[in-house]
Design a protein around this ligand. Structure first.
Ligand code: ZN
Length: 385
């Protein structure tokens, strides 16, 4: 009997280690695309050199390589309330900063402006860096500025962030208003969408109000991207998409990138964060305190307890796949724009863990490769043509 158990243990550990190699190889063989990362504003502009392994943040080039990331969309983000230098200038400063990183690391990363660029850069074994503009405020209402940013490499524009612009409205502001007060897309907004279609720049509807969402669906001749949002049916939040929106997205042949933020994945995250904070610090957090400030006060052990279980992320993927189909779900991690990601997916080096989890959940290699990258590449190509 003892002999039998020993043999069984050896057999189990052998198959476990083979399995471990397997999923890493499967992940490596796929084209991995992350459609949203905020490292420019949260780390590069603060002077961190992502060419080196950093002890801060979620992202640097060594960790992107470890995570098997082939294409990284770098978000350019500016909040008019915080930066007074002019959002268009601020956007250009951020593209300058990304270009400087790329120029220091030409053997590892290159800027891609097209699907063909991505193929060439990927074949050379480098990371393709794609630019996404997160916030229509950065074009300062000018179609010329939009074209200028496109020419610098921007391949999507998230129409608005968490506040309204004269031509477009945000979910964070408008979704709670009565229907007759909702504005959506203005006439000038329609012109901007048409120009984006013409240029081959993806319209990103993360952060957009519901009215904006449906207005764009009527105007856009190309499939739209929702770069970093989840399912509201599982986690009710204005940043997530409800079933009606998912149905419209499917009809549009668009793509939704699943967001890794614990609060968008798990409805119990915020209360868990408050409890852990109160227990650890002996005092409840003030009403005004943001979730990042609370999270940063926690010990690493308590941070891990606050993070959503990876199961929540898998449930969102299952749900989105069920509602919009396997060809319309992608990854938009939001790393470095969020304080908390699921357990096991703490930074960009951990993407192989997601591949492993999806394999274990019964997804085929083919289906995982669609979610991990091919769907994003398909919509990028659809917008070019
Ligand atoms: Zn965002």
């Amino acid at each position: 009997m003892i002999k039998y158990i020993a043999a069984l243990t050896i057999a189990t550990s052998l198959s476990t280690s083979l399995w471990a190699q397997d999923y890493k190889q499967i992940h490596k063989d796929m084209i991995v695309v992350d459609g949203h990362n905020d490292v420019i504003i949260s780390s590069i502009l603060d002077g961190h050199d992502i060419g080196y392994l950093l002890k801060v943040g979620h992202t640097d080039i060594p960790r992107l390589i470890e995570g098997g990331v082939d294409v990284q969309v770098f978000a350019v983000w500016s909040d008019d309330k915080r930066w007074k230098i002019g959002a268009f200038k601020h956007a250009n400063d951020q593209i300058d900063a990304l270009e400087a990183v790329v120029n220091r690391n030409t053997d590892k990363i290159q800027i891609a402006k097209s699907y063909a660029d991505i193929q060439r850069i990927q074949a050379a074994g480098k990371i393709a860096a794609v630019i996404g503009i997160e916030g229509g405020n950065m074009i300062e209402e000018s179609v010329d500025n939009l074209e200028y940013l496109y020419n610098r490499g921007a391949r999507y524009l998230t129409l608005t962030w968490n506040y309204n612009l004269p031509w477009v409205t945000a979910a964070a502001v408008e979704d709670s208003k009565p229907e007759n007060e909702q504005q959506g897309l203005s006439k000038h907004g329609v012109e901007i969408i048409r120009k984006m279609n013409q240029l081959g720049m993806m319209v990103d509807l993360s952060h957009a109000s519901k009215k904006t969402f449906y207005d764009v669906m009527k105007v856009s001749k190309k499939p739209v991207l929702v770069s970093h949002s989840n399912a509201a049916a599982l986690t009710p939040h204005s940043r997530n998409l409800d079933d009606k929106q998912l149905k419209a997205l499917k009809k549009n042949k668009g793509v939704v990138g699943v967001n890794f933020y614990s609060a968008f994945l798990d409805s119990t995250y915020n209360s868990r964060l408050n409890t852990l904070y109160t227990v650890q610090l002996g005092v409840a957090p003030s009403e005004k305190m943001g979730s990042t400030a609370k999270y940063n006060k926690l010990t690493p052990e308590n941070q891990a307890k606050a993070d959503a279980p990876i199961e929540r992320l898998l449930e969102h993927i299952d749900y989105l796949v069920e509602k919009v189909g396997i060809d319309h779900v992608a990854i938009g991690s939001d790393y470095d724009g969020i304080e908390s990601a699921p357990v096991g997916l703490e930074d960009v080096s951990k993407f192989p863990v997601l591949t492993k989890a999806l394999l274990e959940r019964g997804y085929s290699k083919k289906d995982i490769s669609k979610i991990m990258g091919l769907n994003f590449l398909r919509i990028l190509k659809d917008n070019e043509g």
